[in-house]
Design a protein around this ligand. Structure first.
Ligand code: TMP
Length: 243
């Protein structure tokens, strides 16, 4: 690969800034040292957060690729930067749940962490203006956000990602309660896992203490986010290093 150089800023999100590069197929992703909640209404600078999430997401994307789940990750370039394949993002959040928490718990008044006999899958329409509403399959197709074939492929991949992530986190003595992923379309029309997988986008609970090891620490003011994310990275590095 010729040396990739950062180009113009394309977009700044809640946790990442995306830049073009001198290669039209490659994007430069900078993980920011900040956390947001309430759809960006609450924003706080947090030292090290970008660095920790970049390392965690890089480790997870590499692991998934090694286990047959292709994704947009190319390589980690520095503490805060990774290079990814450019895709056209599908404006949906795909959520997989293994136990009741968060919006599922609130919506159905379910017991906290009630385990599910089979994973629950939900889609949310990515729209800040509409506050990312829940959306069902026929609504997705009606709005032309994805075709039925793309939806089936997203479900298939989300299931495989859940299987693999559950295995990794089990080795880390962590329960994977739920997580969110996003997919994009390659120029050839392939559905490809993109965005990030990190404690910002997963609910993780320590097997022994039942403490949150994810962004809920920030959302609910439960403690120091950096300490918790560092703990996740430490456990992940041990698991990965032992392979
Ligand atoms: P929820 O229970 O609030 O619907 O969240 C389900 C999962 O999705 C949880 O692991 C957190 C993650 N998530 C995001 O990554 N981004 C978001 O904007 C939201 C609302 C949830």
């Amino acid at each position: 690969m010729t040396e990739v150089q950062r180009g113009t800023l394309l977009f700044t999100g809640k946790a990442k800034a995306m830049y073009a590069t001198n290669d039209p197929q490659i994007l430069w992703v900078e993980y920011l040292d900040q956390a947001t909640a309430l759809n960006g209404k609450r924003k706080v600078a947090i030292a090290e957060k970008g660095l920790l999430n970049n390392q965690i997401a890089s480790l997870i994307f590499r692991d998934l690729a090694n286990h047959g789940i292709e994704n947009h990750f190319i390589k980690q370039l520095s503490d805060h930067v990774q290079l990814v394949r450019r895709v056209n993002m599908i404006p949906l959040e795909t959520v997989v749940r293994n136990a009741a928490s968060g919006s599922f718990e609130r919506k159905f008044d379910a017991d906290h962490l009630m385990p599910f006999t089979q994973p629950v899958m939900e889609f949310f329409y990515k729209s800040d203006r509409l506050d990312d509403p829940f959306i069902n399959d026929s609504q997705i197709v009606a709005l032309k956000l994805a075709t039925p074939t793309m939806l089936a492929e997203m479900r298939r991949q989300a299931q495989l990602i859940n299987d693999r992530l559950q295995m990794i986190f089990a080795e880390m003595k962590i329960q994977l309660v739920d997580f969110k992923v996003e997919f994009g379309l390659t120029a050839a029309g392939k559905v490809l896992l993109a965005d990030e997988i990190s404690p910002d986008s997963c609910r993780l609970v320590d097997d022994t203490t039942h403490e949150s090891l994810d962004k809920d620490v920030f959302r609910k003011n439960l403690g120091d986010l950096t300490t918790v994310y560092q703990e996740v990275l430490n456990r992940l590095s041990v698991v990965e290093g032992g392979r």
